[in-house]
Structures are given as structure tokens and as C-alpha cells.
Ligand binder design. Structure first.
Ligand code: ADP
Ligand code: ADP
Length: 221
């Protein structure tokens, strides 16, 4: 089954009265259970494409269908709903809340979604275990290494059982050894059935995916 279907997605930005094309006629499809990398140099349109895929932004034209829902026709509230329910984000900078423990960081999106307490506890413990952090439940981000912080962020992304994991340069802030461990973890999650879309400029990182889409000057090459 196809999870992501984009047809002729185009996005422009205006700056100083001029119009720049960030994405032009992007058509792509990602199947359920795939691990796909989108690779391109700085300025090629990766972040713009990730924002549209993640329902953080909308295209100027083209259609985007996510799990059979026509996202490109949705209003901001509908878009936020799909984003919160169906997408798990992983960022270069982890984006954890510094005052909260690993456990509490992972629990937060479940509280927002109104998941009852006993279900939350199971989801938090299960996902922290699946990323290898059962021994660090009560550590705050500053008490964890970069790789451990990224594992917490991955657990947080997984806890709501999203249909896609969207990872934007997930190893960008890590040394190469730790980066490989994080890519091995994403590979394991993929083997367990997760659909993963990885955005990176780095060929070595992209090579963990089953399929690489190259983006140049806002177009799939
Ligand atoms: P990278 O993806 O390499 O981290 P960015 O996405 O931050 O880089 O920026 C890529 C280019 O997009 C830069 O040239 C930057 O100036 C431009 N850019 C990013 N965000 C904005 C913005 N909000 N307004 C204007 N230009 C932006
Ligand atoms: P990447 O993530 O591959 O670095 P981006 O998607 O950030 O690429 O940028 C693609 C193009 O769109 C660049 O030319 C960039 O300058 C421009 N751009 C990105 N975001 C903005 C923005 N918010 N305002 C104006 N221009 C932007």
C-alpha cells in the first residue's frame, strides 16, 4: 500500500519582491514499510519537501495524498490533526524538553493525545526499551550523551505509533561512531515494519535506506 503519494508538488518563496522556486514538479511515492532517503546538497529543497511531507507546510500546487487522505486539500486544523496523529519527527537537534526526564519527554505527546494513564505507561516503557534506553528512564537530556538523547527523541516519535517516521539529518549532531549506531537503530525499526523517510545531504547516511531519491535544485534527479 502506498503511504505517501505526491504528484507535481511545486513550492515558491517570495523574497525582496522576487519569486524563488524551492520545489518544482516533485512526484514521488513511498510504500508502506519502505525505508527511503531523500538526498541532496544544501539549498536543494530538502527542508521544504520535509515540511510538506510532514504537514508542517503546504505546497502551492500539486497533490499530496497521505494514507489515502488528500492532505493538499486540507485546512490548517485538519493538517495539524494529521501531523499529530500520523507523523513522527526526528530532528538533528533532538528537540527534547531539557527539564523533563527521558520518560516524561516520551510521555508528553501521549498526554496531548489524551491516551489514558495505564496505556501511556506501557507505550513509554515499550518504546524506550525498543531504542535501548530502559536503563535511563529518569535521566534528563543533559545527563545523557548525544546518541542517547537522539534515542529518546526516536522513542518519542514512535510512542504515538505514527504511520511514517520523518528523520531530518538524524545523525547531523553526532560523531560518526554514534551516528552509525543511530542508523543501525533506524535499520532495526525498519526491519520491524516501520516506514521511514530520511532526509540528508550525506551519502553515507542515505546508503542505509533501501532506496535513495536525489533532489537537486528543487527537482527529483
Ligand atoms: P540547511 O538545510 O543546509 O540547514 P537551511 O534550510 O537553514 O539550510 O537554509 C538553506 C537556505 O535557505 C539558506 O540559503 C537560507 O538563507 C535559506 N532560508 C532558510 N530559511 C529561510 C527563511 N525563513 N527566509 C529566508 N531564507 C531562508
Ligand atoms: P535544503 O533543506 O535542501 O537546504 P531548503 O528547502 O531549505 O533546502 O531550501 C530550498 C530553497 O528554498 C533555497 O533556495 C532556499 O533559499 C529557499 N528557502 C527555503 N526556505 C525559505 C523561506 N522560508 N523563505 C524564502 N526562501 C526559502
Amino acid at each position: 500500500m502506498s503511504i505517501v503519494q505526491m504528484e507535481q508538488i511545486t513550492k515558491h518563496y517570495r523574497m525582496g519582491g522576487q519569486r524563488y522556486t524551492a520545489l518544482q514538479h516533485i512526484s514521488l511515492e513511498v510504500q508502506e514499510g519502505e525505508f527511503v532517503a531523500i538526498q541532496g546538497p544544501s539549498g536543494s529543497g530538502k527542508s521544504t519537501l520535509m515540511n510538506i511531507m510532514g504537514c508542517l507546510d503546504t505546497a502551492d500546487s500539486g497533490t499530496y495524498v497521505l494514507e489515502g487522505r488528500r492532505v493538499s486539500a486540507m485546512n490548517d486544523n485538519q493538517l495539524a490533526d494529521v501531523r499529530n496523529r500520523r507523523i513522527g519527527f526526528i530532528f538533528q537537534s533532538y528537540n527534547l524538553i531539557p527539564t523533563l526526564s527521558a520518560y516524561d519527554n516520551v510521555e508528553l505527546p501521549l498526554i496531548y493525545r489524551g491516551i489514558p494513564g495505564h496505556q501511556r505507561k506501557k507505550a513509554v516503557l515499550d518504546t524506550l526499551e525498543s531504542v535501548g534506553l530502559s536503563g535511563h528512564l529518569h535521566h534528563r537530556p543533559a545527563e545523557l550523551s548525544g546518541g542517547q538523547q537522539q534515542r529518546v527523541a526516536i522513542a518519542r516519535a514512535l510512542a504515538t505509533n505514527p504511520s511514517i517516521l520523518l528523520a531530518d539529518e538524524p545523525t547531523g549532531a553526532l560523531d560518526s561512531h554514534t551516528g552509525k549506531e543511530i542508523m543501525a537503530l533506524l535499520t532495526k525499526l525498519h526491519a520491524e515494519g516501520r516506514t521511514i523517510i530520511l532526509i540528508t545531504h550525506d551519502q553515507a547516511v542515505a546508503s542505509y535506506a533501501d532506496r535513495i531519491l536525489y533532489i537537486r535544485d528543487g527537482a527529483i534527479a
